[in-house]
Design a protein around this ligand. Sequence first.
Ligand SMILES: [Cu+2]
Length: 220
Amino acid sequence: MSKLMKLTAFTIAVVGLTLGLGRSPELLGQGGTVSVSIVDFAFTPKTITVPVGTTVRWTNNGNAPHTVTSTSSPRAFDSGTLNPGDTFQHTFTTAGQFPYRCAIHPSMTGTVIVEQQKEEAQEFALIHSLAQSKIFPEVITVSQGVKVRLFNTALDGVHPSVAISSDEDGKNPVFGVKPFPVEPGKLTTVEFTPDKAGTFFISHRPHGHNIVSKLVVKER
Ligand SMILES: [Cu+2]
């Protein structure tokens, strides 16, 4: 196996380890507040799915008193009596299923399903080569506003300060990434979230090598 193939296999293996991270499921709320209506005699919606950190607010829109009482053990929340027009809210800080019912009318039941948000990231393996004067791949394309994670290693050469920059010379680092080292046999992981669209450069020129590749950031 050639050196490049070995390094590629190594890098792909590393990336493979972390690519279990998928896109977030579409969830209500996104850490904000979601509403559940209490009508006579049901919770609407009966089941809701929210991300961790969401506040759920119940409003008694019926004509009878009701409660919102957790039936899990230990009891996660209990509103006490809610008269018509009253509200109760609870913030869910841990993932899990939270069944509840009305203590006055036990046939009224509901469930809050709280899900851990999955991390969203765009991940790439970059292999730098001095002998070939290239970074493989030569262009990477990402979306603005989404975390980018770059796994860097070198096929040959020592590269003490690789910059991600708005200019090819690497003089104007962007996205808060400080110049970073890349060496054979080591993995340098760089993370950032591009906050603007455009064409940027991954440049070795700060340490004198004429190696530059492109980072294209597309508007989301
Ligand atoms: Cu270099």
